[in-house]
Design a protein around this ligand. Structure first.
Ligand code: NAD
Length: 515
C-alpha cells in the first residue's frame, strides 16, 4: 500500500491515488503480486491439489498479469467440507459480531480502494475512474448488509383459533455457492457475500476466470478482517463446470446465487434442482431506453451515455435499444453520435480514457458481427462501426440509426459500446417494442411528464426502471430481473431474504392464567 497519508489532527485521512500513480509497469507487477495467488479454503491459502495454475490477461494489452491456482473437483470438495463444517457456528455467531466483521471488511476496502480499482482496470479493462466508482458501489453492499444484519427480524403472533402462540423467525439458509461474472469483479462479489455473511451463511465464492484478481484481493481483506475459518472460501478455476458439479451435487449446500449469462443460469437452475437448492439468478438483459417526444434532450443524451457506455457497454443494465419518438429520433441519434464519437479509447490507467477494451477477442468478434449484420440490413453507422487496430480488444463507440426490426443487435444482449436507435410513433408501439424481448432487467424512460413516464415504467416488463436517469444501481435498492433476466433480488432489505429461510415454531397456549 502506497496511498499518500495526510495527517489531519489526530485522524488519518487517506487520499485516493490517481490513475497515473499506477501507470508504471513495475507498479502493475507489484500490485498483482501483492494479491494471494492461491485458493482460500478453511481459513488458509493453498495451491490447487493437482498443482494446476492458469494465467490472467490484461484485455487492453494482451499481456499476462498474473498466474493463479486453478481449482479442480478435489479442491471444490475441500471447500464444501469447510463451508459445511463452519455453518453451525457461523449461524450461531451473534448478529452484532457478523455486522462488525462486515464493517471491518468495508473499512479495509475503503483503505485499499485505489489498489482494488487499479486491479480491476488491469484485469477487466474499465477506466480507473469507473473502477473507483465500482469500489464505492461495491463497498456499500458491505456497509448496507452490516447495518441490516442486526435487523433480520421475525414475529410473534397468535393462531386465529387462539390455541397456539406462533413464533416466526428467519434462519440462515445454509452454505451458499456464489458465482460471479467478469464485468463487475468487486460489486458482484460483495452483493452476494455481504448478505450471505450478514444472514449467517457460510460461502464458497467462484469468480470469473477472466477477472479473479479482485476476488482474491477481497478474500484477502476478509481474512485480514478476521473472518472465521470456513466461512469464506474461494475457488478460482478455469473449469467452472467441474467445480460447480461437485458443489451443487453435495446435499450440504443449500443455496446458489449466480450472476452471469442466461444460458449458464438455465443450466445451473437445472443442476440446482437435484438438491432443491434455493436459487438466485441475476442473468442477462436487453434494456430498452424510451425517449418520449417531450424529453429534455440534453438530459436524455447524457442519460443514454451513462446507461450505454459505463463499463464499455458491458453491463447487464446497459441500454441495448434506444426507442425514440419519431419527431426527435434523428436529432437524438446525431447528438448521441457526436458525444460517443469523441470518447477517448485506451488503457484505463492512462489519464483521460473514457472507454476501455471489451473483455476478450471473442467478445470483439461478436460485437463486430452484430454491427455488420445491422449494416447489411440497412442500418446507418453514425459514428464508430469498426475495431481499433493495435494490441487489446478495442471497438470504437458506435451509434447505429435506422436499425431494422430484424437486426440481431436489437434481439441479443450487445455487451459492447454499440447504441442502436429506432423510432416509434405511438406510446403503444413504444411499450410493445420495449417488451419485445425475453429479457426483463432494466429499462429507462426520458420524459418531462413524470406521470406519463411512471405509467410507461409500470407497463414495461423490467425489474428496474430509471426515469430521467441512466444510473440506477444502489446497494439500498432491490436489484433483479423479470422474465428470463432472473429470479431473486440483490441489495435492499429484500437482499437478505434470498439468504434466509422462514421457520415457524408453535407453542400451545396454556390455560394456567386466565383473567
Ligand atoms: P457467464 O455466464 O459466461 O459466466 C458467469 C460465471 O459462470 C463465471 O464465473 C463462469 O466461470 C461461470 N460458469 C460458466 N459456465 C459455467 C458452467 N457450465 N457451470 C458453472 N459455472 C459456469 O457470464 P459472463 O460472460 O461472465 O458475464 C456476462 C453475463 O452476465 C451477461 O449476460 C450479463 O448480462 C450478465 N450479468 C448479469 C447481471 C445481473 O445482475 N443481472 C450483472 C452482471 C452481469
Amino acid at each position: 500500500m502506497t496511498n499518500t497519508v495526510h495527517r489531519v489532527g489526530a485522524q488519518e485521512q487517506r487520499k485516493t491515488p490517481l490513475c497515473s500513480d499506477y501507470l508504471d509497469p513495475e507498479r502493475h507487477l507489484a500490485l498483482t503480486h501483492s494479491v494471494p495467488a492461491e485458493l482460500f479454503i478453511n481459513g488458509a491459502w493453498m495451491p490447487a491439489t493437482n498443482g494446476g495454475t492458469y494465467e490472467v490477461e490484461n484485455p487492453a494489452t494482451g499481456e499476462v498479469i498474473a498466474t493463479l491456482a486453478n481449482a479442480s473437483a478435489e479442491d471444490a470438495q475441500k471447500a464444501v467440507d469447510a463451508a459445511a463444517q463452519a455453518q453451525r457456528s457461523w449461524a450461531a455467531t451473534p448478529a452484532t459480531q457478523r455486522a462488525e466483521l462486515l464493517h471491518r471488511i468495508f473499512a479495509l476496502v475503503q483503505r485499499d480502494a485505489g489498489d482494488i480499482a487499479a486491479l480491476m482496470t488491469l484485469e477487466m479493462g474499465k477506466p480507473y475512474d469507473q473502477a473507483l466508482g465500482e469500489v464505492t458501489y461495491g463497498a456499500e453492499f458491505l456497509r448496507w448488509f452490516a447495518d441490516h444484519a442486526r435487523n433480520i427480524g421475525g414475529r410473534y403472533t397468535d393462531a386465529p383459533e387462539g390455541h397456539l402462540r406462533m413464533i416466526i423467525r428467519r434462519r440462515p439458509i445454509g452454505p451458499a455457492y456464489l458465482v460471479t461474472p467478469w464485468n463487475f469483479p468487486l460489486a458482484m462479489a460483495t452483493r452476494k457475500l455481504a448478505p450471505a455473511l450478514a444472514a449467517g451463511c457460510t460461502t464458497i465464492l467462484k469468480p470469473s476466470e477472466l477477472t479473479p484478481l479482485t476476488s482474491h484481493k477481497l478474500v484477502a481483506l476478509c481474512q485480514e478482517a478476521g473472518v472465521p475459518a470456513g466461512v469464506v472460501n474461494l475457488l478460482s478455476s478455469t473449469d467452472a463446470p467441474a467445480v460447480s458439479d461437485v458443489v451443487l451435487n453435495d446435499s450440504r449446500m443449500r443455496k446458489i446465487s449466480f450472476t452471469g449469462s442466461t444460458a449458464v443460469g438455465r443450466h445451473l437452475i437445472k443442476q440446482a434442482a437435484n438438491n432443491v437448492l434455493r436459487t438466485s439468478m441475476e442473468l442477462g438483459g436487453n434494456a430498452p431506453c424510451v425517449v418520449l417526444a417531450d424529453a429534455d434532450l440534453d438530459l436524455a443524451v447524457q442519460g443514454a451515455l451513462d446507461a450505454k457506455m459505463r463499463n464499455m457497454g458491458q453491463a447487464c443494465t446497459a441500454a441495448n435499444r434506444f426507442i425514440v419518438h419519431e419527431s426527435i429520433a434523428d436529432e437524438f441519434a446525431q447528438r448521441l453520435a457526436e458525444r460517443m464519437g469523441h470518447m477517448q479509447c485506451g488503457f484505463g490507467l492512462e489519464p483521460n480514457v473514457d472507454v476501455g477494451p471489451v473483455i476478450d477477442a471473442r467478445a470483439l468478434d461478436r460485437i463486430a458481427a452484430l454491427v455488420e449484420d445491422a449494416q447489411a440490413q440497412g442500418a446507418t453507422v453514425l459514428c464508430g462501426g469498426k475495431r481499433i487496430e493495435g494490441p487489446g480488444n478495442f471497438y470504437a463507440p458506435t451509434v447505429l440509426a435506422n436499425v431494422p426490426a430484424d437486426a440481431a443487435v436489437l434481439r441479443e444482449e450487445i455487451f459492447g459500446p454499440i447504441a442502436p436507435v429506432i423510432s416509434f410513433s405511438s406510446l403503444e408501439e413504444a411499450v410493445e417494442l420495449a417488451n419485445n424481448t425475453e429479457y426483463g432487467l432494466a429499462s429507462y424512460i426520458f420524459s418531462q411528464d413524470i406521470e406519463l413516464a411512471l405509467d410507461l415504467a409500470e407497463n414495461i416488463e423490467a425489474g428496474l426502471a430509471g426515469i430521467n436517469t441512466g444510473l440506477i444501481s444502489n446497494a439500498a435498492a432491490p436489484f433483479g430481473g423479470l422474465k428470463q433476466s432472473g429470479t431473486g433480488r440483490e441489495g435492499g432489505v429484500e437482499g437478505l431474504d434470498d439468504y434466509t429461510d422462514t421457520q415457524y415454531l408453535a407453542l400451545p397456549r396454556g390455560r394456567r392464567f386466565q383473567p
